[in-house]
Ligand binder design. Sequence first.
Ligand code: ARG
Length: 263
Amino acid sequence: MFGLTRARKTVAVLAAGAAAVTTAALGAPSAAAVPQPIVGGTTTTTTAYPFVMQITDASQNQFCGGTLVSATKVVTAAHCMVGETTSSVRVVGGRTYLNGTNGTVSKVSRIWINPSYTDATNGDDVAVLTLSTSMPYTTAKYVSSSDTGVYAAGTTARILGWGTTSENGSSSNQLRTATVPIVSDSSCKSSYGSDYVQSDMVCAGYTSGGTDTCQGDSGGPLLIGGVLAGITSWGEGCAEAGYPGVYTRLTTFSSLVTAQVTS
Ligand code: ARG
């Protein structure tokens, strides 16, 4: 209904793969999929977070999120852009509600997908869009390749998006946000086995679940200290205990992103 087919399809495949790996790794079935409020968080606005962009189809149906890092450049997930073309995508800024008509709508003149990308569970999940129209909104800073210390376990990170508010639920009409702790690499590896590629990913969430990104949040920001440090990528279900959300580890890709942002 909001053009989430691609995101939902992607996550279904990923979830099955992750479940299989995890089951094998732990020798036990994964926890039952209990629907939880995604972002056990709160509603917010694009006034509070002006760099949060809706990525939509040509009819302005949102299917992913993105982050404005310069007036004409948006960072999102590669898996959001698979099968898309410059004519199939729009970026909408300054629009808190999915059913709004306000804000700025831009066409996309170029889609850069990380050439190494194959599947979110293999890492490399980053893309940069070049906008045809400048966005008159405050941009986000993003991490540099030397900022590797930002992902210390327990650090508070902020997630944002219009995605579903439960695992099989519907999207949120209003932008939502929550905070989640960064999870250690060793803990995330015990959740996801070899699907967790430490160099390319970082996990965030509570051990008990309950707060997470979900379908439709992909491509959107994970902020640490207000700086873009991750991109919503994948997870086993949403907000499940023992299965944190997985985000693109942006420090690994910041030079690649900068090359796109300055081109
Ligand atoms: N792949 C999803 C999307 O395309 C995002 C899933 C995030 N899942 C999670 N449990 N954190 O919107």
